[in-house]
Design a protein around this ligand. Structure first.
Ligand SMILES: [Zn+2]
Length: 306
């Protein structure tokens, strides 16, 4: 059987390849995709985006986790796409119904928001009791953080932490803005930038994890269900393999004991590795707040004319 290599089959990416490490030393990475949505966009329809992402994961024989925002999966079409995602063996998890910001001083309606999303996904065959905070924001104060943790605990949900945080959403935003102005623009430089950016952030968080934990945990990469993922996921996954990473299933990653950590810091958010480094202390010179954001990428993308 022939496998499609994604929407940009055959095009090379600009990422530099590193010499692969020996198998036992290889850092491990699972793909987690937030904010599923199935509306049509520039260049690709919702259907093409969905199948482009599925094909890329199929080619690498990995099972990803989808953190689903309920409000985006209520239509018949979205339900069908979500069903096919699950039937392909990929996991489905909770990212609230509303995608509200819970990084404030009180948990607000977090419980109701979680339950409303749960009603839409718990019947899917690959639903898992994982939850990811919108914007990774878990609470401004220790008290609000603990109340939010209690909301998850009483529902049997585990925080589906990100270890490798990044700004794919920002690259996507810049690409969409470019296509709005120039519909025929060359998209490949955005893919090359995205690959370099994700490899760079993964290397950073793995290095930080080794310093904080004394080992390389199973990592969870955060990307989004957007145009850049649809176009460039094959390039991204190949680049990780070429750089010496092992690609693993999301359930294998979330079985790593690091995901049971409950860092005693406030405000609480960002990558789990960022949280653990903050809690451990002594890493201030390696930490940015926020850990990732568009303005960090803007100068380099400006310089490249992206
Ligand atoms: Zn989100």
């Amino acid at each position: 059987m022939m496998h499609r290599r994604g929407l940009l089959a055959g095009l090379a990416c600009g990422a530099a390849a590193a010499v692969p490490a020996a198998a036992g030393d290889r850092p491990r990475l699972a793909v987690t995709i937030d904010d599923f949505r199935f509306d049509d966009g520039p260049l690709v329809s919702a259907d093409t985006r969905h199948h482009g992402i599925l094909d890329a994961l199929y080619f690498e024989r990995i099972k990803a986790a989808g953190f689903v925002t309920g409000k985006h999966v209520e239509t018949v079409e979205a339900r069908a796409h979500l069903q096919s995602w699950a039937e392909s063996g990929h996991f489905v998890a909770n990212h609230t119904y509303s995608h509200a910001y819970y990084g404030g001083a009180a948990p607000g309606d977090l419980g109701a928001d979680v339950d409303r999303a749960a009603a839409l996904i718990v019947d899917l065959p690959t639903w898992r009791p994982w939850f990811r905070f919108p914007y990774l924001a878990e609470g401004r104060t220790a008290e609000s953080r603990d109340r939010m943790r209690e909301v998850l605990h009483t529902r049997g949900l585990m925080n589906g932490h990100v270890t490798v945080d990044a700004s794919d959403w920002y690259v996507n935003q810049r690409l969409l803005a470019r296509l709005e102005k120039e519909p025929g623009a060359d998209v490949m430089p955005y893919g090359a930038y995205l690959v370099r950016h994700l490899l760079d952030r993964a290397a950073f968080y793995d290095g930080l994890a080794r310093a904080v934990l004394g080992r390389s945990p199973a990592h969870t990469l955060l990307i989004h269900h957007n145009l850049t993922t649809a176009l460039f996921l094959p390039m991204v996954l190949k680049a990780f393999r070429d750089a010496g990473w092992s690609l693993i299933d999301a359930d294998e990653a979330f079985a790593d004991p690091v995901f049971a950590a409950r860092p005693n810091i406030a405000p609480c958010g960002h990558s789990l590795i960022h949280q653990l480094a903050t809690e451990a202390g002594g890493f201030a010179d390696r930490l940015r707040t926020p850990g990732e954001d568009g303005p960090y990428e803007a100068p380099a993308m400006d310089a490249l004319g992206l």
